[in-house]
Design a protein around this ligand. Structure first.
Ligand SMILES: Cc1ncc(COP(=O)(O)O)c(C=O)c1O
Length: 289
């Protein structure tokens, strides 16, 4: 299965039932399309089991609450729906995308309390997010866009509106031949990439930005646990841009990115070193265990 995402064979779960892939459509006056009233999840199934499935469904609910709506399907119902999508499409190793949004309805202004909340779940085969970067290390640009303050946007929500600056950052990065962009936050601290969290190594210890204005990714939390299990010291703290020069290794974490070593951020170079490799391999084993 390949080609445009709206023109594929298969089934998509939409509002309680499996529909033909090409029929999973919405109206142009869908509130979410105009005002970003949408939240989503990115998940991966390995050998038929979605890694941290329930935590993703719970985060979907939390994200919806953070942007002021309730998903009319329980976490248990979402869990069953995700499994039915995998089965209906004959997938065991797949990326799973759940998305909930304010649909079309009585309201077409900014307020949308009268519009129905909708939910869809799709799954497809999706290989390495950064291509061959797992071996060589990804090359990152530095974005001109800053992660917003939690007083400006609900930064712990996996909400569509927060990705506008990520898309622009990633387009600028790709135009320079990079796979992604590192973003600073509104205070100027190192934050994350456009769809993944970041880790750095210096003198055998790990440093990772404190997620106080961006998503504390489930992969990030898993990797922090893996490092602690291996007795590797982890510092979750604010990281200044000038510190980038002193870090020896770097990697990204995310459901799509998994654990991807970074070789370059702007003019700063990193080696694909032993800790980065060990965590990348350890993560691969863990998600399949
Ligand atoms: C902006 C952003 N940060 C971090 C992450 C990592 O989150 P997770 O590890 O839960 O996939 C993601 C991916 O979901 C993301 O889009």
């Amino acid at each position: 299965m390949a080609g445009a995402y709206d023109d594929r064979d298969g089934k998509i779960w939409m509002d309680g039932q499996l529909v033909d892939w090409r029929s999973a459509n919405v109206h142009v006056l869908t509130h979410a399309m105009h005002y970003a009233s949408s939240v989503f999840e990115g998940e991966r199934a390995y050998n038929g089991t979605i890694f941290l499935s329930r935590a993703h469904s719970e985060r979907l609910h939390t994200s919806a609450n953070l942007i002021d709506f309730e998903i009319p399907w329980s976490v248990d119902e979402i869990e069953t729906a995700k499994q039915s999508v995998l089965e209906a499409n004959g997938l065991t190793d797949a990326y799973v995308r759940a998305v909930a949004w304010r649909g079309a309805g009585e309201d077409m202004g900014v307020a949308s309390a009268r519009n129905p909340v909708r939910l869809a779940i799709a799954a497809w085969e999706w290989g390495a997010y950064y291509g061959d970067a797992k071996m060589k290390g990804a090359k990152l640009d530095i974005s001109k866009w800053k992660r917003p303050s939690p007083e400006t946007a609900p930064s712990q929500a996996k909400a569509a509106g927060l990705y506008m600056i990520c898309t622009m950052s990633k387009h600028a990065a790709e135009a320079k031949g990079c796979s992604d962009a590192m973003m600073f936050d509104y205070r100027g601290y190192v934050a994350e990439a456009t769809g993944a969290n970041m880790f750095f190594v210096k003198d055998g210890e790990v440093h990772t930005p404190k997620p106080d204005c961006f998503l504390n990714g489930l992969t990030r939390q898993t990797v922090v646990g893996m490092l602690k299990e291996r007795q590797i010291k982890v510092h979750e703290r604010h990281i200044m841009p000038e510190e980038l020069e002193s870090f020896e290794q770097c990697w990204l974490t995310g459901t799509a990115a998994e654990v991807t070593p970074v070789g370059k951020i702007g003019d700063y170079n990193f080696e694909v070193g032993a800790i980065a490799r060990e965590i990348a391999e350890g993560y691969e084993k863990l998600v399949r265990s």
